[in-house]
Design a protein around this ligand. Structure first.
Ligand SMILES: [Zn+2]
Length: 355
């Protein structure tokens, strides 16, 4: 089980707004939590947070989890004070109308609702359509443009209000488990190895990356600057244990089945094998995922950094990706952290990464 103080960290980390490009509040929480466990912690000009154990030791193992999430950005204020917005990241537009949101302004959080023409006022044809983003607006309850402008600035980000809610057993829902869960595990691995530092024969750098959702941008720069020998990305992957999913197309992954170890061209075969052998030796449940090409994760940027990094990818099973209520099993997070700690103990100067 995840300890109660780790769970508390996860909840306060999730409570921070962190849309791509606006990750600073979440990164501050991540660094506060992680700093006591590491030899050095720093932030680069993109906002990536990097935490080091044995910074001068080779081989060096990089773990990444991206802390950015989907969001919205205020683009235009009309004469009546209604706010029109752009999307940050890959939204399912059908889920956007009718939501409560928080706009993150220079003067603090501002509540709003995403408005849409009522069903009674739509033609039968319009009722079948998904609205386009410019047909939706945020209503903050003001009288006119001037009042809106006194509160909100063009470019202010907004996020859904949905937050952490425990479900039955060890399941929980929240917005932004993609990929706050991954960045949480990076910190948790550093915490767990901090008491066993002298037993490690490798260096470790954990990075809470930025701007993954808009093109793996934080991983691209931090995989270069940290110059690792091995780089493992922690990101969510689709659980397929719910209705209306075709396993013949996407494979079989379930919540509570343990970390999903990815295999394919994006993944160094030696890293993959060592992850599987470690899970078996430590009796940690795991699942497998096949990805025949570059993945849409930080692992892709890591593999292609510098002269090529030995990349790995661990998927955290998640239902309803990119919706306001993503669902995970907290036990999977615990098992993933255990797997990576055991993996680190098996890495040393004799580790062969050549396929
Ligand atoms: Zn995502």
């Amino acid at each position: 089980m995840i300890s109660s103080d780790a769970l508390q960290f996860l909840q306060s980390f999730l409570a921070c707004p962190s849309p791509s490009g606006y990750e600073q509040p979440a990164q501050a929480v991540w660094r506060d939590r992680t700093a006591p466990f590491v030899d050095r912690i720093e932030t680069d000009v993109h906002g990536n947070s990097m935490a080091w154990i044995h910074p001068d030791t080779r081989p060096r193992v990089l773990f990444t989890g991206h802390c950015d999430e989907l969001g919205f950005q205020i683009r235009y204020i009309d004469d009546n004070g209604f706010l029109y917005f752009a999307t940050i990241g890959g939204h399912d537009i059908g889920l956007v109308p009718g939501r409560t949101v928080t706009i993150h302004t220079a003067n603090g959080p501002l509540p709003g609702v995403i408005g849409k023409r009522a069903i009674h006022l739509m033609s039968p044809d319009d009722r079948k359509k998904v609205p386009e983003i410019h047909e939706l607006w945020i209503d903050i309850g003001v009288a006119d443009k001037a009042e809106a402008q006194s509160l909100v600035s063009i470019g202010d980000p907004a996020t859904y209000d949905h937050s952490f809610k425990p479900l039955r057993g060890s399941l929980a829902s929240s917005r932004a488990f993609d990929d706050r869960a991954g960045a949480f595990i990076v910190s948790e691995v550093l915490r767990r190895v901090s008491s066993q530092k002298s037993a490690l024969r490798c260096g470790v750098v954990g990075v809470s990356t930025v701007q993954e959702e808009i093109g793996l941008r934080g991983a691209t720069t931090s995989a270069f600057s940290t110059s690792p020998d091995i780089g493992i990305a922690l990101d969510v992957t689709h659980a397929t244990d719910h209705p209306d999913v075709d396993k013949r197309k996407v494979g079989e992954v379930r919540l509570g089945g343990g970390p999903v170890i990815c295999r394919g061209a994006n993944i160094n075969p030696r890293v993959f094998t060592l992850l599987v052998e470690t899970a078996k030796a430590e009796s940690i449940p795991f699942q497998l995922e096949a990805e025949p090409r570059g993945t849409g994760t930080d692992a892709n940027a890591i593999q292609l950094a510098r002269g090529g990094i030995a990349a790995g990818l661990i998927g955290l099973p998640l239902r309803y990706m990119h919706t306001p209520n993503e669902v995970i099993d907290l036990e999977d997070l615990d098992q993933t952290a255990s797997l990576l700690v055991a993996f680190l103990k098996r890495i040393g100067p004799d580790t062969n990464l050549i396929p």
